[in-house]
Design a protein around this ligand. Structure first.
Ligand SMILES: [Zn+2]
Length: 190
């Protein structure tokens, strides 16, 4: 699929309309500003990611993900959260910052999802959504974040919103316990 086909994709208009609704709710709940410019690029099956927020402030979503509600809505919430994250700018993130960004955004997605879906009037199959969550690539990092949060005894949403508001360098300083947790799990596995 070339750029022209992606622009005129039949799923694009509805995807932009739905993502707009999602992001309006995200901005209301988090109090953070979005940098999304209202553009969705629908990608073919050869695209490596379910979704991707770009430095130029568009969002790519893959057509198979858009076709299944249990993937469509969580992925839209996930990408919408990247658009309000302080870590996402035109500059590319280094690999370590990128993994933490993914874990922070994904866990925030899971926390906010029930409330957002209710506001949006969307009902999903819980089993299918849980299966999606369970297969997420950054679950190990999410485990590290949760271990740190529990040791700090911080309420879920407060903890993740504080991270979303922080630039990558500041974040890494905030995440010392989570980084250690992920490293020690790796040693156990090795
Ligand atoms: Zn992501």
């Amino acid at each position: 699929m070339d750029e022209g086909e992606a622009a005129s994709h039949p799923l694009r208009a509805q995807a932009e309309a739905d993502l707009s609704r999602v992001i309006v709710e995200i901005v209301a709940v988090t109090g953070l500003q979005t940098r999304w410019r209202g553009i969705v690029v629908v990608r073919g099956l050869d695209f490596l990611h379910a979704g991707q927020k770009h430095g130029w402030c568009g969002i790519s979503l893959r057509e198979d993900i858009l076709s299944v509600s249990e993937y469509r809505w969580p992925t839209m919430i996930h990408e919408g959260l990247h658009s309000v994250s302080a870590a996402f700018s035109a500059a590319r993130l280094d690999p370590v910052s990128r993994r933490w960004e993914e874990a922070i955004v994904e866990q925030t997605q899971r926390i906010l999802r029930p409330g957002l879906l209710e506001s949006l009037g969307v009902t999903l199959d819980d089993g299918a959504v849980s299966a999606r969550d369970a297969s997420h690539r950054y679950n190990g990092y999410i485990g590290g974040l949760e271990a740190q949060r529990q040791s700090e005894q911080t309420a879920s949403l407060d903890f993740y919103l504080r991270l979303l508001r922080s630039a990558p360098r500041e974040r890494i300083r905030m995440l010392i316990a989570a980084v250690r947790e992920v490293a020690s799990r790796r040693e156990e596995e090795a």
